[in-house]
Design a protein around this ligand. Structure first.
Ligand code: SAM
Length: 425
């Protein structure tokens, strides 16, 4: 059969890259169903070559376009292959996948649907796929976990093709974003997500009784939350001018779901940024964590300790992670422009560090500096550190810093109120 042969009336098969569906007019399809490669390196085209080299012998004269070449085409293959793209294989994969989504977006009618499956786990490739999907102009309408083929790959190494690890897939149903997303604060999103998860509660409890594993229940809740996030993609703000990324959103959602189940524990303030909250949950009342403990804390959160090291929040020495002292943070900001002091964690560490005995840094100077804009979570974070700071010294300094900050709030009631109104809980 020719790749352009009509199979039945109105049905045709085409063999071309999904990045360039040039033969298909814009807005002409109702549904796109696809199963793209998902990150990593699976040698799809090399596997095809195994058959291609034999099939082409009898077929090349009749189907020159498909079998004229010695091997299958590779230039537009959506794959993260270091041998082909030594500089940035993941970036290449993401760019091509986004281009596939863009083409799907182009050929779909305004009310059209895009559906695809992805394996069931909260990991980095999934985030990449979602990000490229949202960047191409789609939002998530619904997510459905489904049981996939559990028998495949018997005996295969976990994490490899055909792994037994993958028991569930998630069907993602997406629509085209027709209007500009409306801005929403992270605080509001959290409330909405909690509300929709509460609404699901009875149904989920029923499924839990029927034996649906906890990991799947979590996946369903995460899916719900991501649906909400995707509708406002690029416009979910944790602070002015600071939209939250897919990764941060997912980290924040997982925290929210965890905390929903544990009422006794006092978590870091919910207005803080997700990475900050995660870090403080780990260093709650302690300034060191063994590496294996750290990894345990981060299991299932899509994060690695590296994310915190890169931010300069902790340092690993002999398999133990140590908190960088607030005093050190405060000193590192000496002589630097306050406009850059924007992260809630940097701000809180700076103020606490400056309040250490003999720091030689004046907190009020920074608060008075017109280039300094307090993060909406700053006050709550300082209060939290009074009880949960990693050491007695930090707790005492946090108390001082909190008092100075409260005095600043009293002197600037309009600015303080505005911050709470826009981004507070
Ligand atoms: C997850 S597999 C799909 C498997 C398929 N559902 C099946 O059951 O055989 C992803 C497929 O996408 C193909 N692919 C990679 N890049 C592509 C591109 N640019 N255009 C179209 N297909 C591509 C790969 O060769 C691979 O066959």
């Amino acid at each position: 059969m020719n790749c352009y042969d009509v199979v039945q009336d109105g049905v045709s098969l085409r063999c071309q890259s999904a990045t360039e569906l040039v033969t298909i007019p814009a807005q002409s399809y109702d549904v796109v169903i696809t199963d793209p490669p998902f990150g990593g390196l699976l040698h799809y085209s090399e596997l095809s070559d195994f058959f291609h080299v034999w099939l082409r012998l009898p077929l090349k004269d009749k189907y020159l376009e498909q079998f004229g070449t010695e091997f299958t085409p590779k230039a537009l293959e959506c794959v993260s292959n270091k041998a082909r793209q030594p500089e940035d294989p993941d970036g290449f994969y993401k760019r091509l996948l986004t281009q596939c989504w863009r083409e799907s977006h182009r050929i779909l009618k305004a009310g059209g649907i895009l559906a695809f499956t992805f394996h069931h786990s909260l990991d980095e490739p999934w985030l990449d796929v979602l990000e490229s999907l949202f960047n191409a102009g789609f939002y998530l309408e619904q997510t459905y976990p489904i049981r996939s083929d559990e028998t495949k790959g018997e005996g295969a190494k976990p994490g490899t093709f055909g792994s037994q690890k993958i028991e569930y897939d998630i069907v993602h149903v997406c629509r085209k974003r027709i209007e500009e997303p409306t801005p929403v604060s992270w605080g509001k999103m959290r409330r909405e997500v909690l509300r929709s998860v509460q609404q699901l509660k009875d149904t989920l409890e029923l499924h839990a009784k029927e034996g649906l594993p906890a990991a799947d229940l979590k996946m369903i809740k995460c899916g719900k939350a991501l649906e909400y996030y995707s509708r406002h993609y690029g416009k979910v703000y944790v602070d002015e001018g600071k939209p939250i990324s897919v990764k941060e959103a997912l980290v924040g959602i997982i925290q929210l779901l965890d905390e929903e189940n544990s009422s006794s524990y006092e978590p870091p303030p919910v207005t803080a940024e997700p990475f900050t909250r995660q870090f403080l949950r780990i260093f709650d009342g302690t300034n060191e964590q063994p590496r294996d403990q750290m990894q345990k804390f981060l299991g299932g959160t899509t994060m690695s300790p590296k994310a915190f090291e890169e931010r300069g929040w902790c340092l690993e020495q002999k398999k133990v992670y140590y908190l960088i002292s607030p005093l050190e943070v405060a000193k590192s900001w000496q002589g630097k422009h306050r406009q850059k002091l924007i992260s809630d964690y940097d701000q809180v560490m700076f103020l606490i560090g400056a309040c250490f005995d003999g720091s030689g840094i004046n907190v009020s100077d920074t608060l008075k500096n017109t280039n300094f804009r307090p993060h909406p979570a700053l006050g709550a974070l300082l209060s939290w550190h009074i009880k949960h700071g990693a050491s007695k010294e930090i707790q005492t300094a946090a108390l001082r810093a909190s008092q100075i900050y409260q005095a600043w709030e009293r002197q600037h009631p309009d600015q303080a109120k505005q911050l709470q109104l826009e981004f507070g809980e």
